[in-house]
Ligand binder design. Structure first.
Ligand code: MRU
Length: 360
């Protein structure tokens, strides 16, 4: 997608051993590229959320495995580097899925070929991620056109989204945003309500900026306003991403998603989840088994922003020693989801969603 009119992906290779990523800790204030040359640097970039979002942490970890394959002198050492990558963030299944996929590709080839094999597999994972997201947009487009056709002449389709399941969370296009970009390209008029997404403010810092860069009208709202906007009839549709979807269709996504789903159901607003199939976890019967990441309380007690002099500063929001609990994700029960949209189609039943993924 575009930054200042120039096309970018969130991750690319520079030379054989240098993985470049956009440092998302600095957005929207500064665009800086991080160069990762060691597996440990990749692990740190994921853990510290320089890169974040389910698809992107998967693709980045795959490239971490490429670096690991160059560093490891034995299969045991490679296994331990894979473990280090997987341990960085527990909720989004794409991470472990991508690491294991590169590991399996290496295992199928002679040990001496491990670096080339890992590089090729990591590149394929990144390309597939971008292609899957583009396809999600096309799968959702007919539904959006139908919905837009019911609006009074000249009124935009009003979509609410939570967190950043945009192109910044993937290699390109995004999951929740891909339908928006497809709709924009098809000439539909859109207006997006962007949840700020406390505590790390991915909505305020990333989604609002990302949509501005692509020329889609958006309005930032406090996380708690969504329900009231739905009551007032000012939301036509909620589209969110996912970090892991269990076999019964329960969806783990950024904390706050569940409350949006409850408000949507109470107000008869459609609630869609957009995800590539790499986010499906057929090994878990339901969302109760999805590990929920607990992050530092400091993400709640402190906040970062830019002051009037252009300095980025962190300030404390509460009294020192305030106890805080920072769970990063919640689980939305499948019964509250109207549609799951993947690269393979639009589904209203979890069984059909998993069956289609299996077929491809
Ligand atoms: O903690 P993050 O920023 O890595 O969280 C991931 C997310 O951005 C959201 O949960 C998103 O909606 C799903 S990731 C495509």
């Amino acid at each position: 997608m575009l930054i200042d009119g120039r096309p970018y992906r969130t991750l690319w290779m520079q030379a054989e051993d240098c993985v470049c990523v956009i440092d998302q800790r600095l957005l929207p204030w500064r665009l800086e590229v991080l160069e990762l040359r060691q597996c440990a640097q990749v692990a740190a970039a994921i853990a510290d959320m320089a890169v974040r979002g389910a698809g992107l942490i998967g693709a980045t970890a795959a490239h971490g495995m490429m670096l690991a394959a160059r560093e490891a002198q034995s299969p045991a050492q490679l296994q331990s580097l894979a473990g280090m990558l997987i341990a960085t963030r527990p909720t989004a299944v794409n991470l472990a899925w991508a690491v294991k996929r590169v590991q399996q590709a290496i295992e199928r080839a002679p040990w001496s070929h491990r670096a080339e094999v890992a590089r090729a597999e990591a590149a394929t994972i990144a390309d597939e991620d971008a292609a899957a997201c583009a396809a999600i947009g096309q799968q959702a487009l007919p539904l959006l056109k139908t919905m837009a056709a019911t609006k009074p002449q000249g009124e935009p389709l009003r979509v609410l989204t939570h967190c950043n399941a945009g192109w910044l969370a993937f290699v390109d296009h995004g999951s929740a945003t891909a339908p928006l970009y497809a709709a924009q390209a098809a000439g539909l008029s859109l207006e997006v309500w962007v949840d700020e997404t406390r505590p790390r403010n991915q909505g305020a810092r990333l989604t609002a900026w990302e949509l501005q860069q692509q020329g889609i009208a958006s309005t930032l709202i406090a996380d708690n306003l969504g329900g009231q906007l739905m009551r007032e009839g000012r939301v036509d549709l909620v589209i969110v991403g996912a970090d892991r979807v269990a076999r019964n269709g329960d969806v783990a996504n950024k904390v706050g998603t569940y409350l949006k789903a409850l408000a949507a159901r109470d107000n008869g607003v459609a609630f869609w989840v957009a995800l590539p199939c790499s986010t499906l976890d057929a090994s878990l019967a339901n969302g109760d088994h999805i590990p929920i990441e607990e992050r530092s309380p400091r993400e709640l007690s402190h906040i970062e922003g830019m002051d009037e002099s252009g300095q980025v500063r962190e300030v404390q929001l509460c009294a020192p020693n305030t106890q805080a609990l920072n769970l990063g994700f919640d689980v939305t029960p499948a019964r509250l989801v109207d549609r799951w949209i993947t690269e393979h189609g639009v589904f209203d039943q979890a069984a059909a969603l998993f069956a289609a993924a299996q077929r491809h």
